[in-house]
Structure formats: C-alpha cells, structure tokens
Design a protein around this ligand. Structure first.
Ligand SMILES: Cc1ncc(C[n+]2csc(CCOP(=O)(O)OP(=O)(O)O)c2C)c(N)n1
Ligand code: SF4
Ligand SMILES: [Mg+2]
Length: 380
C-alpha cells in the first residue's frame, strides 16, 4: 500500500481493532483494481476518526469540516466533472450533522461515491449516541441505554434516491473492495455502508469485547441478501445484519440532467468549461478505453503471476504426482516402441526426481517399486 498511503504520516491514529484500517486497505485495493487514473481521484472526508482517512491517502484529498464532506465533494465534482470524487466519512458526520447534505446529494443523483464507516458512535469525541446507535445500546450521552429510533442508512439512501446501495461489515473486506470498485466505475450517487467495530468506545462501554469478538459477531449474524428490500435492513442491538448489494439502477445524474436543460435553453452550442457535450463525450469515451486497457493489462499480469505460482516445484504435490505417473508412461512407451530412445525420453526426467526417471530407464516393474518413494518426497 506504500504507493496509496502517505507513509510519512504513519503511524496513524486509529486504535488496535478499529475497523477503519481494513476499510482503507479495501479502498486502496479497489482503486488499484478499478484501473482509474489515481491522478483524477479526489477523496473528501469530514471530521471524526473516519474523517482522518483523507489525510492518509496519497491522492488529492480534502479533510473538510464536520458534516460538510458531501457539499465540498459536490463542489469538486461540479468544478471538474472529469474527476472521480469519493467521500469517506463516519455515520455521525454523514447522517447526523451532515444528514441534510446526504439526502439531497442522493436525491440529485450527484456523481459521488460515499463510503460510510458506521461504528454506531461518535468515536473521535468520546462515544456519544449517533443517528444509527441501536436501541438499548449504551453511549456516553445515553448511559442508561439509547431510547431514540435509529436510522437504517440503506433505507434512508434508497428513499432519498441513491442509485447504488450496498452494506457490508469490516469482516467482509473482499466484498467491500468489490463494491467500491463497482462504485468507482459507475455514474451516479453510490452509497456503501460498512458496519465497523469501535473497540475503544462503543464496544468497551457496551462490554462487547474487542475488535476480533465483534468481527466474530458480524460473521455469526450477517445475512447476505442481495437486492433486499431496504425497509428490512434495520439493525437491532447485537442483532442480525442484512448485508449485500441492495440497489443498482441507472437514471440521469445531476450533471446529465443539467446538461439536458442547458441544451434546451441554448442549443447544441452549449459548453461547460469551454467544451461542448460531444467533446466531453469523446473525452469520456477515451478515458473509458484507457481504463479498460489498464484493467486488461492488470488481468493479464495477474493470470501470468498465477501461472507462475501454479508451476510445480520439485517437492510439491503436483510434481510428486507427475513423478508417480512417469514410470507408468515410460512402461507404456517402452512396450509400445520396444526401443531404447523412447524409454530415455520418458517425461520422468524433467518433472520427476531422479529415482523414478532411473527406474523408467531400467524396467517398468522396478519403476513401480520406486514409485512408492515418490509420496515420501511429498511428505518431506
Ligand atoms: C461543527 C462541529 N460540531 C461538532 C464537532 C465535534 N465532532 C468532531 S468529530 C465528531 C463526531 C464524529 O463521529 P463520526 O462521524 O461517527 O466519526 P467517527 O469518529 O465515529 O469515525 C464530532 C461531534 C465538530 N468538529 N464540528
Ligand atoms: S476511537 Fe473508535 S473509531 Fe476512533 S480510532 Fe479508536 S476504535 Fe476507531
Ligand atoms: Mg461513528
């Protein structure tokens, strides 16, 4: 991750067992896999433990004020529509003080990827209750148990108009990576919620053990339900957590809708930042092709790496298998050709260790006896 993190900022502030670190890891991985140009990526965070993400990533980033990550990100996107803009923040920042911005960006289908770390608490400021704290959970401001009704964020985002909605936990890091990758490559408002442990405040106050205990809870209580009705995604205290990709649909983004309106008003000469719509479309197409080429190159490199890794080594099980098969092949060849060269050419020489090859040279029955030695090598 050295190229995606500002290593000069390490060590980071996050506590041991906090879920934010693994989310950043997934994010960095997703950016790499997506094939998008990192120079055209901007990360915006609000304030909070999660808000610190913007300070650690090696992309253009803004660590803005509490609750204002979405409006700042909206401004960045409108000022330069060629950028991919990601908001990475906590549920307090996004759904508490910034809740109004969240619903309006979703309503407009603003072209943003919003990654929301939901740890059910205001981590940075001492564990106060948040809009998602489950009923009954203890917080520094609700020491006798939370008596408010919490938001289910996927339901809120859905009702407001988000066009991509997924929820995972920090236990599901591969799914998190995959969802972020998908969101980076699509248009419109994408909302990804990640349920995550805050051992220092939420878990300790509620006597729920450490980060690992909570990951076990996620493992035991997550229910995978792609396409689930978001009305059924509420989370009770330590209860079941419905996870998956709930919504994925297309509708014009804010910029597309505003382009359409402007064309109606001024005709085809309409320009945004000095570029006509066909010019912008041509640039977008070229960028998509560059991304596709990068992805294809990465897939080819990955396939090659896998092929190298799969190549049998002398002591590996496939090598032993080959070795075991070699005398049989030699015997067959010898019987068939009744000629020395054929026996010499037995494939045993290359893949198999000396013993079976030697055996193949001599006689088939003996070779069979030697074959028994092959598994021993594997065990070693
Ligand atoms: C206008 C304003 N109000 C309040 C605060 C104090 N404050 C800073 S972070 C935070 C809560 C962060 O909670 P969350 O967004 O859930 O992030 P976490 O720390 O849990 O990752 C609050 C209330 C602030 N910085 N600015
Ligand atoms: S206080 Fe909680 S959310 Fe903040 S870094 Fe520590 S564990 Fe993570
Ligand atoms: Mg929080």
């Amino acid at each position: 991750m050295a190229d995606t993190l500002r290593m000069d900022r390490m060590p980071h502030i996050w506590c041991p067992g906090c879920g934010i670190g693994s989310e950043v890891n997934s994010f960095a991985d997703a950016v790499k896999r997506s094939g998008i140009d990192p120079k055209k990526l901007v990360v915006v965070s609000g304030i909070g433990c999660t808000g610190r993400v913007a300070g650690y990533v090696n992309f253009d980033s803004i660590h803005t004020t509490h609750g204002r990550a979405i409006p700042v990100a909206t401004g960045v996107k409108l000022a330069n529509p060629e950028l991919t803009v990601v908001v990475f923040s906590g549920e307090g920042d996004l759904a508490g003080i910034g809740g109004n911005h969240l619903i309006h960006a979703a309503r407009r289908n603003m072209d943003l990827v919003v990654i929301c770390n939901n740890n059910f608490t205001y981590g940075m400021t001492g564990g106060q209750v948040t809009p998602t704290t489950p009923g009954g959970a203890s917080a520094s401001t609700t020491p006798y148990g939370n008596y408010e009704y919490p938001f289910s964020l996927p339901f809120l985002a859905d009702a407001a108009g988000a066009t991509y909605i997924a929820r995972w936990t920090s236990m599901h890091s591969r799914n998190v990576t995959q969802s972020i990758e998908e969101a980076l490559l699509r248009k419109g408002f994408s909302f990804i919620e990640i349920i995550s442990p805050c051992p220092t405040l939420y878990l300790r106050r509620n006597r729920l053990g450490d980060g690992v205990d909570q990951l076990q809870n996620y493992q035991d209580n997550s229910i995978l339900k792609h396409g689930a009705d978001t009305r059924e995604t509420a989370i009770d205290y330590q209860g079941k957590i419905v996870i998956g990709k709930f919504v994925e649909k297309n509708k014009p983004t804010y910029l597309e809708a505003s382009d359409k309106c402007s064309i109606k008003l001024v005709g085809d000469d309409y320009q945004l930042y000095g570029k006509t719509i066909p010019e912008r479309e041509a640039e977008e197409k070229a960028e998509k092709e560059r991304i596709a080429a990068r992805r294809a190159a990465m897939a080819a490199a990955e396939a090659q790496e896998q092929a190298v890794a799969a190549k049998p080594r002398k002591t590996s099980a496939p090598a032993a298998k080959k070795a075991a098969a070699a005398p049989r092949a030699a015997k067959k060849a010898a019987t068939k050709a009744k000629a020395k060269p054929a026996v010499k050419k037995a494939p045993a020489k290359k893949a198999a260790p000396k013993a079976p090859a030697k055996a193949a040279k001599k006689a088939a029955p003996k070779a069979t006896a030697k074959t028994k030695a092959a598994p021993k090598k594997t065990r070693k």
